[in-house]
Design a protein around this ligand. Structure first.
Ligand SMILES: Cc1cc2nc3c(=O)[nH]c(=O)nc-3n(C[C@H](O)[C@H](O)[C@H](O)COP(=O)(O)OP(=O)(O)OC[C@H]3O[C@@H](n4cnc5c(N)ncnc54)[C@H](O)[C@@H]3O)c2cc1C
Ligand code: SF4
Length: 506
């Protein structure tokens, strides 16, 4: 019987997961017996004194197994479907495996769909949990926490080793940009036997994983550990080369069969109101990058970071970037922190228009917000606020800004008269998202742009308007998430591999 089902599985007539769920099932009543409980972050009063990760890596195995046992192994696991995990992680399978104490098998399953679970296990907002079937009438399974525990254990036990490429095809691929999309593409193509070189304009590899997402959310040793694994597996990395400036695409095309642009959406949205030129107003990315670079280079000994110490800080714009600015400003010793949001405060529970299994648009306290609550006694977010102008002192430094309250009626933004207010601030951080990739590389390569200024290529195809140039990640889809960058990196690798097998010759 097992043999028969195995044959069905291999011939694709039956999914492996279905095969397994017929024979293996975690604790049938687990979801009734155990409450959802994620592992606690490090205590706020300790963690804001350093840039160490907020997460624990000392996982309580019994606890994680109990949480895995809450998975119902439901017939249609929405957690790994369209609204759930973008890399289609085989979530019920690894939940079941860890429940049965089969951690190494769980790790193998996890790596089948996700090149870098140690990144997503830390920074992913976990859309999987928003669509977990248990979440219909109970708190969802702690999927993200379990993912992190599996991969952390994998590294601890030495189960994650460089990939040994058995055969080289002689085909060469240049990946431009070393964020998660570029790294995933490089990993996959290297495993196919192609020779991959990743070009990065920064001095360190990782894209926003390195300079963007701060240390406390993703320790840079975690990024470098994976980059070293890729190096040992045969991927070559070249830093401090800005393609389109230091090196043209035409030059690269002489040496490589295919180019893949994974340059991210690095063109930040600005706020061109009065006195924007005042000193002390910075784009969030400049602020976060300088802080991380100085931390990694010399432990902040050179004071080259933009410091919030003793200052009233205003962060304009929310999202992950806004939260990271709050967390960083707190660690630098800000006097006060306020975070402006244009939109209103989200509801505590899902609205009727936002049912399961959609991503829940609800009020959340992210790590930076909880830290601010503990230090200043309140959530730093202020809603329905629009900045009208910055206020500049005689010495050219910013001293504050003025705002007006706004509302939205039928999609139109309305200013509420009489609600004008001024705020003190000596450091203002602009965190209003990203518009598109920068365009010097696309100009140099003469590739077509989409309406929003992203490199144009269809999802699933990833081919630009120029033969032999592919693209993936934020520069193609717009500002997104690490897990989507990994999805696109894997997807572009698949397309490039097909292209190389069919067309390319040097
Ligand atoms: C502050 C911040 C916090 C975030 N937090 C989260 C989070 O918690 N969870 C989450 O899922 N997502 C988060 N994101 C989003 C996530 O980081 C991105 O969606 C993801 O990194 C995109 O990956 P990518 O590979 O497409 O591009 P990127 O990570 O942007 O990498 C692009 C790389 O290309 C390089 N490059 C660009 N042009 C060139 C060139 N011409 N030559 C050579 N190199 C070039 C850049 O220097 C960069 O290193 C955050 C983003 C920011 C800004
Ligand atoms: S990558 Fe994100 S969505 Fe996928 S299982 Fe992990 S936490 Fe969930």
């Amino acid at each position: 019987m097992h043999y028969f089902l195995g044959v069905l599985s291999r011939t694709g007539l039956m999914q492996w997961s279905l095969f397994e769920c017929l024979f293996v099932m975690g604790k049938v009543t687990g979801f009734k017996e155990f409450d959802r409980k994620t592992e606690a972050y490090r205590p706020v009063d300790l963690r804001i004194k350093d840039y160490g990760e907020i997460f624990t890596t000392h996982h309580d195995v019994a606890h994680i197994q109990e949480q895995g046992a809450r998975c119902m192994d439901c017939g249609v696991p929405f957690c790994q479907s369209e609204n759930g995990c973008p890399v289609d992680n085989l979530i019920p399978e690894w939940n079941d495996l860890i429940y049965h104490n089969k951690w190494q098998e769980a790790l193998i399953r996890l790596h089948k769909t996700n090149n870098f679970p140690e990144f997503t296990g830390r920074v992913c907002p976990a859309p999987c949990e928003g669509s977990c079937v248990l979440g219909m009438n109970n708190p969802a399974v702690t999927i993200k926490n379990i993912e992190q525990a599996i991969v952390d254990k994998g590294f601890k036990e030495g189960w994650i080793q460089p990939y040994q490429v058995k055969h080289r095809t002689g085909k060469k691929v240049a990946v431009i940009g070393s964020g998660p999309a570029g790294l995933a593409a490089a990993d996959e193509l290297n495993k196919c036997g192609h020779s991959v070189v990743v070009f990065e304009r920064d001095d360190r590899i990782g894209g926003l994983l390195m300079y963007g997402i701060p240390n406390m959310k993703l320790d840079k040793d975690v990024v470098e550990r994976r980059v070293n694994l890729l190096k040992s597996s045969g991927v070559e990395f070249i830093t401090n080369v800005d393609v389109g400036k230091d090196l043209t695409t035409a030059q690269l095309q002489k040496d490589f069969n295919v180019l893949i642009f994974t340059t991210g959406a690095t063109q930040a949205r600005d706020l061109p109101v009065d006195n924007r030129d005042a000193h002390g107003i910075h784009l969030a990315m400049e602020y976060l990058t300088k802080n991380t670079k100085s931390l990694l280079d010399v432990g902040h000994a050179d004071n080259s970071q933009l410091s919030a110490k003793g200052k009233d800080v205003i962060v304009i714009g929310g999202g992950d970037t806004g939260t990271d600015c709050i967390g960083t400003a707190l660690r630098q010793g800000a006097k006060s922190i306020v975070n402006f949001e244009l939109m209103g405060k989200p509801p505590v529970e899902r609205a009727e228009s936002n049912p399961w299994p959609l991503w829940p648009l609800i009020y959340r306290l992210d790590y930076g917000h909880s830290e601010a609550v503990e230090v200043f006694g309140q959530d730093p977010r202020q809603y329905h606020l629009m900045t009208k102008s910055f206020i500049k002192g005689a010495d050219g430094k910013v001293v504050g800004l003025s705002t007006i309250n706004v509302d939205f009626k039928e999609g139109q933004l309305i200013e509420i008269k009489g609600s004008e207010k001024t705020w003190d601030a000596q450091l203002i951080l602009l965190s209003m998202g990203f518009v598109s990739p920068e365009h010097y590389l696309s100009n140099d390569a003469n590739i077509t742009l989409g309406e929003r200024g992203n490199y144009q290529a269809d999802y699933g195809k990833y081919a630009t308007s120029q033969k032999g140039i592919f693209t993936a990640g934020d520069c193609r889809r717009g500002q997104s998430l690490v897990v989507w960058a990994i999805n696109e990196g894997r997807g572009v690798a698949d397309q490039v591999n097909r292209y190389l097998e069919t067309f390319a010759s040097l």
